[in-house]
Design a protein around this ligand. Structure first.
Ligand SMILES: *Cc1c(COP(=O)(O)O)cnc(C)c1O
Length: 340
């Protein structure tokens, strides 16, 4: 039985669901893990995560397809990305097949919270890991917890996707050879001041440039950029300090294989941005948020697609990818993981 939730008015906030998956790492091995009821985490006051931020996470969504199946999108890539993140943070990898199984089991156990097809709402899935034992001298923890919880979230765009206004940030997100390419909480802690400041000044997001030269486009705090050229190519920035978005990687395939577009994954100079026809931010939460205007210290870049709706090519990309996700358009092999 679906829960009695007003799906279309849900926001993006935490709502506790019935079950969460927990597995503990101790003496060099992961235990078998279990689905539990208790949403609280208890650990040492000196846990490595609390003192030295040894933690990472993933994010994906489960949703109901048109024909009533509960599915999620490319969870194997989240498993892989978390394994890459763990290596960089000296954390033990949670085996990728077990990661996917934990996602499936947690969603199944909370199936009543998966919003119905057409509501625009989804069940957000948050796998994460942290160093849990006491560490005071700086070193990695010896004990870890891997957890997966779910929380229903509302449609990202209520009443259609309106283009947003963003600004070029004076803060940097990620250093060359740093941690910009991994999904770690530490990349978010230092972005909080920048986003609060951006919101205070009326901007929806920060565009971060490369920290070394401040000439190349990186990403926002939590989404990769896509640009459409005036002759209809998809251009998306390449850099070792950008987080490899699964949405962006999927859009590159959709553009090339479904829409016959030319795709360029390369360094993008900020100077070129004014010449693009359309701009969007891509990530799991919104799939694509259209950008209408970028403010660069008083200079404005206004995209020809305007402030009223998504640009036409962005819209095609959006419709095709969401069509694949919802089961209306045939998906490439392995993209849709059936849960129930
Ligand atoms: C999670 C994240 C994204 C989006 O990745 P998806 O896999 O598409 O959800 C982009 N940038 C950053 C910094 C992120 O943490």
């Amino acid at each position: 039985m679906s829960k009695n939730i007003d799906w279309s008015n849900l926001g993006f906030g935490y709502i506790e669901t019935d079950k969460r998956f927990v597995s503990n790492y101790k003496d060099g091995a992961w235990d078998e893990g279990a689905l539990i009821d208790d949403p609280m985490v208890t650990m040492s006051e000196c846990a490595c995560v609390l003192q030295y931020a040894q933690t990472c996470f993933e994010g994906l969504k489960a949703y109901t397809t048109e024909d009533g199946r509960i599915v999620c999108f490319r969870p194997d890539l989240n498993a892989q990305r978390m394994a890459d993140t763990c290596k960089r943070l000296e954390m033990p990898e949670f085996p990728e097949d077990r990661f996917v199984q934990a996602v499936v089991d947690t969603v199944k156990a909370n199936a009543d919270y998966v919003p119905p097809f057409g509501s625009g709402a989804t069940l957000y899935i948050r796998p994460y890991m942290f160093g849990s034992n006491a560490v005071i001298g700086v070193k990695p923890a010896d004990e870890y917890q891997f957890r997966v919880f779910t929380t229903p979230v509302g449609p990202y765009f209520k009443g259609g996707a309106k283009p947003i206004v963003i600004r070029v940030s004076d803060f940097d997100r990620a250093a060359p050879h740093g941690t910009g390419h991994i999904k770690a909480g530490l990349n978010y802690a230092m972005s909080l001041h920048a986003i609060v400041d951006a919101h205070d000044k009326g901007y929806a997001e920060n565009m971060y440039l490369d920290a070394a030269t401040r000439t190349k486009v990186e990403e926002t705090g939590g989404a990769n950029f896509i640009f459409i050229t005036k002759d209809g190519k998809l251009v998306t920035p390449k850099s070792d300090s950008i987080l490899p978005s699964i949405t962006r990687r999927s859009l590159m395939v959709v553009a090339e294989k479904y829409l016959g577009m030319t795709v360029e994954h390369r360094e993008v100079y900020f100077d070129e941005v004014k010449d693009f026809a359309e701009c969007g931010l891509c990530g799991t939460a919104a799939v694509i948020s259209p950008v209408g205007r970028i403010d660069d210290h008083g200079k404005e870049i206004c995209f020809p697609s305007g402030m009223d709706e998504m640009g036409p090519v962005t819209k095609k990309l959006y419709d095709t990818l969401t069509g694949i996700q919802m089961g209306k358009i045939e998906a490439p092999e392995g993209w849709i993981k059936e849960i129930k």
